[in-house]
Design a protein around this ligand. Structure first.
Ligand code: C2E
Ligand code: MG
Ligand code: MG
Ligand code: MG
Length: 278
């Protein structure tokens, strides 16, 4: 009996794995087609200086206008694309679109708008090609200095070698800034990051989420901000949803605020008309 049961179970699993593999293959083909048919779009979420008056940065966040499923967020396809090597194709598209948009924003805007671009660890290669592509593109489009901020996660830089350090330094020579995204969820220390010439630190949303109710979060965020400032690094708080959170962060002298309290990510068109044009 147990043998029979076992075999049934095996058949059940093999069927479901096969089915999942088919789903995955389908998604891969759909992403490739989507790139070809311009189904992807960058939304922008404004990042305000802590006075709440001026927008200084905007984070580019990818969306997929799927012909059947509608608007899909990055959590639904970026992890999959990372596993299947498609992330470099997506990354290339994001880079090129973000640079065009950055050019447009800074043509219209009176003050500098820094466009912040997410990068998957898998896009960054040891050869330095990825860095050189950014430098070439920014020169080709004649982007103003500091108009691009590249977001990497802590883990991208963990155990980093002198090669990555050299690459980050090269970005800095060309006035392309670098931010650590989702800071606090990884294991890196601030002092360690400082040696890599980081410009901005983005405190992960999970620490902001209930900061107004949680003394530990307050202590932690305060310590991060103080240490960052001592190291000459500016701080963005992510996921600010409430006025109390904003007030606390202001009091802690956090430099920039990003979150639904000020604005959700919006289409490029809405971003331009609501946040740049006067
Ligand atoms: P992230 O880089 O940490 O981006 C911030 C995420 O938090 C965005 O989700 C944004 O919509 C959301 N968010 C902003 N403010 C608030 C708030 O006040 N409350 C809440 N609950 N959420 C807020 P989104 O757009 O779904 O992006 C998710 C993640 O996907 C991003 O996290 C980033 O890791 C990745 N991603 C997005 N665009 C790209 C891209 O172009 N390339 C790569 N490699 N990854 C991307
Ligand atoms: Mg980000
Ligand atoms: Mg720098
Ligand atoms: Mg983040």
């Amino acid at each position: 009996l147990s043998k029979k049961k076992g075999r049934n179970r095996y058949e059940f699993f093999s069927y479901s794995i096969e089915e999942k593999a088919t789903e995955k293959r389908k998604l891969i083909e759909e992403i490739k087609l989507g790139l070809k048919e311009s189904q992807f779009e960058l939304y922008y979420q404004p990042i305000f200086s802590v006075d709440g008056k001026s927008i200084t940065k905007a984070e580019a966040l990818i969306r997929w206008n799927h012909p059947q499923k509608g608007l899909i967020g990055p959590n639904e396809f970026i992890p999959m694309a990372e596993k299947n090597g498609l992330i470099s194709d997506i990354g290339r598209w994001v880079k090129s679109q973000a640079i065009q948009d950055c050019t447009l924003f800074n043509k219209i805007s009176k003050r500098l708008i820094q466009v912040s671009v997410n990068t998957s660890p898998l896009e960054i290669d040891r050869s330095g090609e990825w860095v050189e592509q950014w430098i070439q593109a920014s020169e080709q489009f004649n982007l103003p200095g500091h108009s691009v901020l590249i977001e990497v996660t802590e883990n991208t830089l963990m155990g980093t070698d002198s090669e990555i350090k050299r690459q980050l330094k090269r970005l800095s020579e060309f006035q392309i800034d670098v931010a650590i995204d989702d800071f606090g969820v990884g294991y890196s220390s601030l002092a360690y990051l400082q040696r890599l010439d980081i410009d901005i630190l983005k405190i992960d949303r999970s620490f902001i989420k209930d900061i107004e109710k949680n003394d530990n979060s307050i202590a932690l965020v305060r310590a991060i901000i103080t240490m960052a400032h001592n190291l000459n690094v500016e701080v963005v708080a992510e996921g600010v949803e409430k006025q109390e959170q904003y007030m606390l962060l202001k009091q802690m002298q956090c430099d920039y605020i990003q979150g639904y309290y000020f604005s959700k990510p919006v289409s490029k068109k809405v971003f331009v008309s609501e946040f740049i044009e006067e």
